[in-house]
Design a protein around this ligand. Structure first.
Ligand code: ADP
Ligand code: GLC
Length: 471
């Protein structure tokens, strides 16, 4: 079977979060099962682009309403990632350093999608499945079905994976003119809540819709940033397939980002050395439990709760632990996290920014990782933490519910709390400190966590079964 993944992110080419990790791994495992899996993404000006070899495979000319543009498709020449990787370049729109955050993101991703469909139409054969990810690529199923110029592509099965329904790509209905001539009777498919809503359009137009955990699929029926009724209506074609992790990239025994490697047999010693390294760099005390956070500093992740939780933990529980935060996002949260450095007595620090290498050192060196998410469709941090023997302290929601069992329950290994509040999180921190003091129990918990299997093997089969149903 030939599967084309279309995405805004793909690790290690360009990554802002978990979407990049998933699209960088899933095709590799599909390929291992004997299928042809390709990834198509925009050609941002990243380090990966500069450091690798490329060949031009297609040049085309198409338009975003009355703005005509040339596009070029290049392919990575050495199959370095374990699947075919294609980048689409559109001069003036995609030739930027960052993935998102520009005022013309709508125009950038609309043009990207139009170029992808235009390129597919030029192929001499057709893939069986086009698998699109999130709103940046969610208009493709509509275009394949209803754009007159691309009618020959109507038979290609399409899957939309919703990695996070909070982001829908809404824009004004006047921008429907951007799309290549389409069946005007289908206008309703583009609109939701008075706006052009790419994610809603994808949910209606794709043959199948998936999301990244079974619990998030259920949660979306009552909490999906305005799409609840639509998801209820379309529930027959929706399923929840849990993400896996790339166990080659995320392996404490071989991880290229850390110096002190370890396995389940050497975890105590290995984590100790990584913790010392991390604490040395950031002026923390390695004798105390190290409680960390890695992620986008946004309200959905509960990052706004961190400063007050840290202050209250020190106040009520005493200065018995260290905190270290890695992230970037909302300026107010960044500023608050930086400002509380002033009250640190060698037990709090933060790195504001994005740093892949530092994140690996944290998974390896931390004792606990906090995830107080209000919304967490799957979450990969907790899965990486488990593999590195770091106890996840999570709010019981979405994919966190599906992957973390509280250590107080049979077979458990993590710490779960119910509400995204300062009080509940502080209680989770108190339980972390208690667990840290029971060294034998902590050792057992670490060994249990590291032996859990969250690899892609199970999920990759679920995706293939889904594709088979459509064919
Ligand atoms: P989301 O995709 O919603 O941000 P996930 O848990 O699925 O959340 O994935 C987050 C991914 O991004 C993980 O690989 C995590 O390590 C990484 N990450 C998030 N913020 C940073 C950061 N500031 N520096 C390095 N890696 C980060
Ligand atoms: C999104 C979600 C996150 C998920 C990731 C990969 O960014 O917020 O929960 O793990 O996509 O699917």
């Amino acid at each position: 079977m030939e599967i084309i993944h279309v995405s805004a992110e793909c690790y290690p080419v360009a990554k802002a979060g978990g979407l990049g990790d998933v699209v960088g791994a899933l095709p590799k495992y599909q390929r291992e099962l004997g299928h042809i899996a390709k990834v198509v993404m925009p050609m941002y000006r990243t380090k990966f682009l500069r450091e690798n070899q490329w060949e031009v495979v297609h040049k085309g000319y198409t338009h975003l309403h009355n703005y005509w543009f040339n596009y070029t498709v290049i392919k990575e020449a050495t199959n370095k990632l374990g699947f075919d990787l294609y980048l689409v370049d559109i001069y003036g729109l995609l030739d930027r350093e960052k993935i998102y955050g520009y005022p013309d993101d709508t125009e950038r991703f609309f043009s990207f999608q139009i170029a992808v469909v235009d390129w597919l139409a030029a192929w001499s054969h057709q893939p069986e499945v086009v698998h699109v990810h999130d709103h940046h690529t969610a208009l493709i199923p509509f275009m394949l079905k209803y754009c007159y110029a691309y009618q020959k592509l109507q038979g290609i099965a399409t899957v939309l994976t919703i990695h996070n329904a909070q982001y829908q790509g809404q824009t004004g209905m006047e921008k429907t003119v951007y799309l290549p001539d389409w069946d005007i009777w289908k206008r309703g498919l583009l609109e939701w809540g008075g706006a052009l809503n790419p994610l809603a359009c994808g949910i209606r137009s794709a043959w199948k819709v998936t999301t990244v955990s079974p619990t998030y699929l259920q949660e979306m029926r009552y909490s999906a940033a305005g799409l609840e009724a639509l998801l209820e209506y379309e529930k027959g074609k929706c399923s929840g397939i849990l993400n896996g992790i790339d166990t080659v990239v995320w392996n404490p025994a071989t991880d290229g980002y850390i110096e002190h490697h370890y396995s389940v047999d050497t975890v105590e010693e290995g984590k100790k050395k990584n913790k010392e390294e991390l604490c040395r760099r950031y002026g923390l005390d390695p004798a105390k439990p190290l409680i960390t956070f890695i992620g986008r500093l946004v309200v959905d992740k509960g990052a706004d709760l961190l400063p007050q939780t840290i202050e209250e933990s020190f106040y009520y529980l005493g200065r018995r632990m260290n905190f270290f935060i890695l992230g970037s996002g909302v300026a107010g949260i960044e500023g608050h996290l930086q400002s509380i450095r002033e009250m640190s007595r060698g037990d709090y620090n933060t790195f504001i920014g994005y740093d892949e290498g530092l994140s690996h050192l944290i998974y390896a060196g931390a004792d606990f990782i906090l995830m107080p998410s209000r919304v967490e469709p799957c979450g990969l941090n907790q899965l990486y933490a488990l593999r590195y023997g770091t106890v996840p302290v999570v709010r019981d929601t979405g994919g966190l519910h599906d992957t973390v069992i509280d250590y107080g329950d049979p077979g458990g290994y993590g710490i779960r709390f119910l509400h995204a509040t300062v009080g509940d999180m502080t209680h989770g921190i108190w339980r972390s400190v208690e667990l840290f003091q029971q060294q034998e129990r902590l050792r057992e918990t670490r060994a249990r966590m590291m032996q859990l299997d969250f690899s892609w093997e199970a999920s990759v089969t679920a995706y293939l079964e889904l594709y088979q149903q459509m064919l």
